[in-house]
Write a protein that binds this ligand. Structure first.
Ligand SMILES: Cc1cc2nc3c(=O)[nH]c(=O)nc-3n(C[C@H](O)[C@H](O)[C@H](O)COP(=O)(O)OP(=O)(O)OC[C@H]3O[C@@H](n4cnc5c(N)ncnc54)[C@H](O)[C@@H]3O)c2cc1C
Length: 530
């Protein structure tokens, strides 16, 4: 079958794009360098009988329209929104439980501070209203700043009206919060360090920023646009995010897309300023009038496109697009569930969601400090899930799988390389965890450590950055990946971006892929008319 669109990479965003393009009558070919589709959202066996969410363990969550259009539930995906969503543990043995019901969470906050318990409900209401306003922006193409089209002006006008409808208090908060350091933001609301750190963690997750970094307020707002709950989303699926991308691949295939794995795109072929296809690492050339890259912007423009095909100024801007990875991933096979201090003995019911380790603002900032100087945090911030609680088939009977997001492990080390650092990372994680779950180390049967270097080399993430580029104010919305090119188009005719390095690009929502598909189809209709 002749293909008219080639997609580079089979991450969830590219699968979404391929699905919508195929639905519209295109014939997409998706080329993935790894042995399976899904990108950072896969569930794989890492020890005999043990499967984990290899990298991402929660879903953004996904945009509901995508779930419906791709009929993911009919394809067998069982989505789960664990409740409680989050348990934050403190070194003094206390734990703060974030339930989906804000009232229940407020009750849980009361023993820490009655004042914070009351403020929590107000904070939830405020952030929910702001989140709802921002949520609509996730599904829109950022407008051109220098020459907005009539359609873009109309959209801007509508956004302006909705902004005014927010009311003075919320619109003021929205303008103020974005540039703020999240540490200042949460301190305006709360006095309990554990609560402040739990909320602030959303604003630093996967970034090279600490809670005192300016602009982390914007990351919190972006997260609130996806899910306004202050403790964040723990949405997942039975079988982990890999079960979702498997179903997405099925949906794309059924709509008419072809997916080839083990297909490493070495070059995007360009002729007369237009993309005309790709060359694989084995030398095979495949031609198509449209190429869509689901790889990150730096990989796409600095590795896959010949430098002579791009204006030097554009290449400079992409070189300046920051991708400083700070995350390592540790998947652990456990003999049994650990007992966290401060949690009821029936651990499985409290541990269905995420566990947050990072009990104070200063703790988080110190964890970040180390990485600024190229060192691994001695006491890192950890975001943990036990995928085998939601799906016991992920481990042998009675055993469990623990998925640990470890931050900060800087891609660029002050001295040495990442080679051979796996044990040191795992040891740091378990030394840290022993404070909160004494005896956990003795439960370990196997540890898989994925370093920031692995994230680049194996999973294709430049700099090991989990979001395909920093979620900084100067790299968001109309500036993602760079000013003038936030509409999924690129300086090369027929070459588009659809991955996380485009707006909104924050986690497993599918929004970048959906927005890209819409723009590609729009451009295709315009070309047909011309
Ligand atoms: C350790 C880690 C933890 C995370 N945790 C969470 C979480 O809990 N919740 C959440 O919502 N998000 C999380 N994320 C972020 C989330 O996984 C990403 O935002 C999301 O997967 C991005 O999807 P994507 O389709 O844009 O790109 P990717 O998933 O990165 O997919 C890109 C694909 O392109 C392929 N590729 C690259 N170059 C080539 C080439 N030259 N030829 C062929 N194929 C190529 C890659 O192999 C990859 O499969 C995490 C990410 C990481 C790394």
């Amino acid at each position: 079958m002749a293909h008219d669109v080639i997609l580079v990479g089979a991450g969830h965003n590219a699968l979404v794009t391929a699905f919508y393009l195929a639905k519209a009558g295109k014939r997409p070919l998706v080329l993935e360098r790894r042995h399976l589709p899904g990108g950072c959202a896969t569930s794989e066996e890492f020890a005999p009988g043990f499967r984990s969410s290899t990298l991402a363990h929660t879903l953004g969550p996904l945009r509901p329209g995508i779930v419906n259009d791709m009929q993911l539930e009919r394809r067998g995906v069982a989505f789960v929104q664990p409740d409680p969503r989050l348990v934050s543990v403190a070194p003094d043995g206390r734990a703060l439980v974030f339930s989906t019901d804000p009232g229940r969470t407020a009750e849980a906050i009361k023993p820490f501070s009655t004042k914070d318990a009351a403020r929590y409900l107000e904070f939830c209401a405020t952030i929910e209203r702001i989140g709802a306003f921002l949520s609509e922006l996730l599904g829109t193409t950022p407008p051109s700043i220098d020459s907005p089209s009539a359609g873009e002006l109309w959209e801007l006008l509508k956004t302006g009206r909705r902004f005014r409808a927010l009311g003075k208090k919320e619109s003021f908060a929205l303008l103020r919060w974005g540039p703020m350091a999240v540490a200042d933001l949460v301190a305006e609301w709360f006095e309990t360090d554990l609560l402040m750190a739990s909320v602030a963690a959303r604003a630093i997750h996967g970034t090279a920023m600490g809670p005192w970094s300016a602009g982390t307020g914007a990351v919190l707002l972006l997260a609130a646009a996806i899910d306004p709950q202050p403790g964040g989303s723990s949405a997942t699926a039975v079988g982990g995010p890999g079960a979702v991308t498997r179903a997405m691949a099925d949906a794309a295939r059924e709509a008419g897309a072809e997916i080839r794995t083990g297909a490493d795109v070495a070059r995007i072929l360009v002729k007369d300023g237009a993309a005309i296809g790709v060359a694989l690492a084995d030398g095979t050339e495949i031609l198509a009038s449209t190429v869509v890259s689901g790889a990150d912007p730096r990989r796409t423009f600095l590795r896959l496109v010949d430098p002579v095909e791009l204006e030097p100024e554009f290449r400079t801007r992409i070189r300046n697009y920051r991708c400083p990875g700070t995350v390592a991933k540790v998947n652990v096979a456990l003999r049994a569930l650990p007992a966290f201090r401060g949690l009821p003995a029936d651990a499985a019911s409290s541990l269905r969601g995420r566990v947050h380790v990072g009990p104070g603002i200063d703790y988080l900032e110190r964890a970040f400090d180390a990485s600024k100087y190229g060192e691994v945090s001695p006491s890192p911030y950890l975001d943990i899930m036990f995928p085998s609680i939601v799906d016991p088939s992920m481990a042998p009977a009675g055993r469990h799988v623990m998925s640990v997001h470890m931050q900060y492990a800087p891609f660029n080390l002050k001295s040495g390389t990442w080679a051979g650092q796996e044990s040191a990372i795992a040891d740091t994680v378990f030394r840290t965890l022993e404070t909160y779950a004494p005896g956990i180390t003795a439960l370990v049967e196997h540890r898989q450590v994925i370093t920031p270097a692995d994230l680049e080399n194996v999973y294709g993430l430049t700099g090991g950055h989990i979001h395909h580029g920093e979620l900084a104010l100067d790299q968001l919305f109309t500036m993602r990946p760079t000013l003038g090119w936030a509409d999924y188009r690129t300086p090369l005719q027929g070459l588009y971006l659809c991955g996380s390095g485009t707006h909104p690009g924050n986690g497993l929502t599918g929004a970048s892929g959906l927005n890209a598909a819409r723009e590609i189809l729009k451009a295709s209709r315009t070309q047909r008319r011309a």
